[in-house]
Design a protein around this ligand. Sequence first.
Ligand SMILES: [Zn+2]
Length: 431
Amino acid sequence: MRNENIVAQADIIIKSRILCDHCLGRLFGLLGYSLDNRERGRAIKTLLLMNAYSVNQGIKDEELIYALARSGFEPAINILKKFNKDVKIEKCEICNDIFDKLEEIAKDIALRASEYEYNTFQIGCHAPLEIIRKEENIWTFHNLENAESFKNEFTRELGKIFSSITNKEYSQHSPDLLIVVDLTNNSFEISSKSIYLYGRYRKLVRGLPQNPWIYEKDERIKYDTSIEELITKPLISLAKASGAKFHASGREDIDVRMLGNGRPFVVEIKNPKIRSINLLEAEKEINKHGQGLIEVSSLKFVDKSYVSKIKALSEISRKVYVAVVKFSKNIDENKLVELEKFFKNIVIIQRTPTRVLHRRSDKIRRKTVYEVKAKRLNDNVVEFQIECQGGLYIKELIHGDEGRTKPSFSDFLNNKVSEILLDVVDIQEIV
Ligand SMILES: [Zn+2]
């Protein structure tokens, strides 16, 4: 498109529509470089006025001068004033002069954003459908191929002003702060990028669930406290966050302790106002809040990918358990020596345990037991140390689950199990 065409097109457009400098310039927004639409619009209006009036010939195109003056273009207004003609300035029919309010909007957002710790931001916007329709109608009606959208310009120009007020940087990818302006109701929302923290927890007591909701005999029961709550609550408060999500690398039963180096977990801290959490302080705070029930260690900042990583690893990482098992009959010491030999690098075939069948599908899994050490504590009580692959159900390895787990300690010793006290004492560190 040659420049004379731009002027000719703009001549027709401005005579039939009231457009502010921004909205007129945006119709030709993809032309030129390093210009903003306001400059484009003003330049076009200037050229139009040069066609409509000259000092030698006076008013050549009165309709055009009126049209320009109505859109608020001061040089056109001044010509009309000179000839004692009145004109009523009207609001832009696309944007309703919203661009005049950018500074005010940016200041409002900056004030609320100052509650957040952030370096980068991004701005999005919900534009009223009528704005989008109106400008698209103009593009079609006047066959305009180089127009830019309202949303593009609005968010970019607002971003420039916001950046100059706050000294923060715009970021296309993964900004700390996401600002969404809703022009349908003149409001805006701010949300901040989640923080992901990796750590390991030790559970020092029995009877504490990992999540507040747990299944007991087919019933879903809410516990007063949980590992999740004990860990996330202090983090939410330190980060002044709106919430948190807890992800662990597997879970131990409610009556099983998690000792040794602890179980890996990742906490997603949602919508944090503080990003620079002091991890040593966080660890201290959680351990204080944990009241001897739980402890955490090795806290570090990670990215989102750790959530799926630690979940996948729970199925393969080596684990060591200590189980104190009470049998119904007395135990022969020699039989324990045989058991240690038999359960060395052996594949256990395990159908989904009866106790979890109501929420897990019935399938067969094969998991390896690498090594078992057995120590008789008294006539019918044995302490086993079991090193195995992740994902093996240990209680079932011990009592056999009525033949659903094979082989089992109970079958091998031909002795019924009456009680198991279980601890996880080591989980291999792989991430
Ligand atoms: Zn406008």
